[in-house]
Write a protein that binds this ligand. Structure first.
Ligand SMILES: *Cc1c(COP(=O)(O)O)cnc(C)c1O
Length: 412
């Protein structure tokens, strides 16, 4: 593919140069239609049984994006009391929030209990805490002993991870629940992030449903998130095979419902899938050079703006824009695209074949809506970037102002 942003008309006729003239760079740009479409698509994964796709908000907690999830009918998962507060501010009713924390203090647990927010306990000791704080009904997170994901750091199921309660400890769940008179209303799992092959997830669903048979009277069973998105779209990578996945999932659920004798609410927890493809980052190329025969293009998209490449070795496609138009990919040259942070690990794309980049071009990084702004930092005392939304009608709306150095100084 020569250009993804042209193929989907990402900017809806706006010239990216005009957008950055108003809002500056680096800039997160979202497309409302793409976001809504993904949020809607995940809500249709199970249609035969009661089902909710809970948007896992740690991927992106911009309040305007939470409001889109609210309008699209998604429930949400929060990992912290801060995320719960963001959701409440966005207008989510408490019964549409599921709290899946780990290693939280009594204060944090109390906050959820007092607000009547369904909470998942990640360990036996957190279940004890929940009971001792007079919580009456909760879920438990099971570590199913299997995991999957795009790199080791994002595999969250399996024997070697910190998450969940091991299957062999289930009898102790029942003991603690009985001691405090706590009802176990649901079980949940999350095996990892960004898989493109549905099979490990289907295996994990089958496994969790086998475990579920040990629990009486579950109100819900939550299979976790992790559906991948095609980060290599310029190389024509195919999207997650949602239709194939749905077809294979249904008989697994049929089998369970027949055995269990009733139908709990099924849930999943997609984060990345909902928001990743709905955003790009625009950054200015300020310098190009050669070091030891290697070509570098230096942008203002530092690792503080997008940490995924430095942290996980993640791939983000890069389009080169000149006068606001994608440069043709007919002639490609190996280049390394970097940020402006004083760290040698501050690299966005290493030894990548790209159209030859010139000073003054815009670098457009694709698929930055998930774990993008939400992982931004102010490293090197660089204020965090602004975010704008290309609305359905084509207007450009600022949805978060750029942080200023005064904002940072206010903490002293
Ligand atoms: C992060 C997380 C998710 C979302 O993962 P994605 O890969 O973004 O879909 C879901 N559930 C839990 C418990 C998580 O921690």
């Amino acid at each position: 593919m020569n250009s993804y942003i042209e193929s989907v008309n990402f900017f809806k006729g706006n010239n990216p140069e005009d957008i950055v003239k108003t809002y500056g760079t680096p800039l997160y740009v979202y497309n409302e239609e793409v976001l809504r479409r993904h949020m809607h698509d995940v809500s249709q994964v199970i249609t035969k049984y009661p089902y909710t796709a809970n948007y896992s908000v740690k991927a992106n907690t911009n309040i305007h994006i939470l409001k889109l999830a609210l309008e699209e009918g998604n429930n949400c998962d929060a990992m912290s009391t801060g995320e719960i507060q963001m959701l409440l501010k966005a207008g989510f009713p408490k019964d549409r929030i599921f709290y899946i924390p780990n290693n939280v203090s009594a204060e944090e647990m109390k906050f959820a209990i007092h607000n009547g927010i369904m909470t998942s306990c990640d360990s036996l000791s957190q279940l004890e805490l929940f009971g001792s704080l007079k919580g009456t009904k909760c879920a438990v997170r099971i570590n199913p002993g299997v995991g999957a994901g795009h790199c080791e750091k994002v595999v969250t199921g399996g024997k070697k991870t910190k998450f969940g309660i091991a299957e062999e400890d289930i009898p102790q769940i029942f003991e603690i629940a009985k001691k405090y008179n706590v009802k176990i209303a649901g079980i949940n799992q999350h095996i990892g992030s960004c898989f493109m092959d549905p099979q490990p997830y289907l295996d994990a669903v089958t496994n969790l449903l086998r475990i579920a048979l040990q629990f009486e009277d579950l109100e819900f069973i939550d299979f976790g998130g992790g559906y991948g998105i095609p980060y290599h779209k310029l190389d024509d990578e195919k999207p997650f095979p949602m239709e194939d996945f749905k077809k294979k999932l249904e008989p697994i659920l049929d089998d369970f419902v027949a055995k269990y004798g009733k139908t709990p609410l099924f849930k999943s927890e997609p984060g990345r899938f909902c928001v990743a493809e709905g955003s790009v980052i625009l950054g200015r190329v300020h310098a190009v050079k050669q070091n030891a025969g290697k070509k570098y293009a230096g942008t203002d998209i530092g690792m503080n703006v997008l940490v995924r490449p430095s942290m996980y070795d993640s791939h983000h496609d890069v389009e080169v824009l000149r006068n606001g138009k994608p440069v043709s990919r007919d002639h490609l040259v190996e280049q390394t695209v970097t940020g402006n942070i004083c760290e040698s690990g501050d690299i966005l794309a290493k030894d990548r074949l790209l159209p030859e980049i010139k000073e003054g071009d815009l670098a457009c990084l694709l698929d930055t809506g998930a774990y993008g702004w939400s992982m931004c930092s102010t490293y090197n005392s660089r204020p965090r970037p602004a975010e704008v939304m290309i609305c359905k009608d084509g207007t450009v709306k600022q949805i978060r102002r750029r942080e200023t150095i005064e904002d940072l100084m206010m903490l002293f």
